[in-house]
Every structure is written in structure tokens, then in C-alpha cells.
Design a protein. Structure first.
Length: 81
């Protein structure tokens, strides 16, 4: 009865195993710190161009500023998230 070894014994099999190990990408681990906060939802709304420009004039973070303005207009506090 033929016994098949668990490890490759021929030079070609060893070379193929080494090549596969060297060229196979490891599975990417997703960072836990970048999770979307609870309560946030992606939506699409239409905003007047001048209103959008007002919030974008201060640079990055304009979406958060719009969210803060909407939260204030709705009478919600930051702790209600």
C-alpha cells in the first residue's frame, strides 16, 4: 500500500509550496477602531447649493457640521446619539 507523505518530498513540490507561501496574500484583518458609530445612517438629501457651500467653506468636516446644525434645529443634544 502506497503511503502519501504529508510534506512535499520532491524538489518541484517543495518549490511550488514555497512559491505559494511567498505569493499568497494573508487575510486582511479589519481594524476594530474604524467601525461606524451606532445611530449613523447613510442618506441622500437635496440641499441648496449656497447652503452646501456655506458648510464646505470651512474645509473637511462639513458633513459633521451639517449634522450638528440639524441636531440643533431639531432640539437634540449630543448625548442623545
Amino acid at each position: 500500500m502506497a503511503h502519501t507523505p504529508r510534506r512535499p518530498t520532491s524538489a518541484i513540490d517543495r518549490a511550488e509550496a514555497l512559491f505559494k507561501a511567498a505569493t499568497t496574500k494573508p487575510a486582511e484583518v479589519k481594524p476594530k477602531g474604524n467601525a461606524i458609530p451606532k445611530g449613523k445612517e447613510l442618506v441622500s438629501i437635496r440641499i441648496d447649493r449656497d447652503v452646501l457651500e456655506h458648510f464646505q467653506d470651512d474645509g473637511p468636516g462639513w458633513q459633521e457640521r451639517i449634522n450638528d446644525a440639524l441636531r440643533a434645529a431639531a432640539g437634540l443634544e449630543e448625548t442623545d446619539i
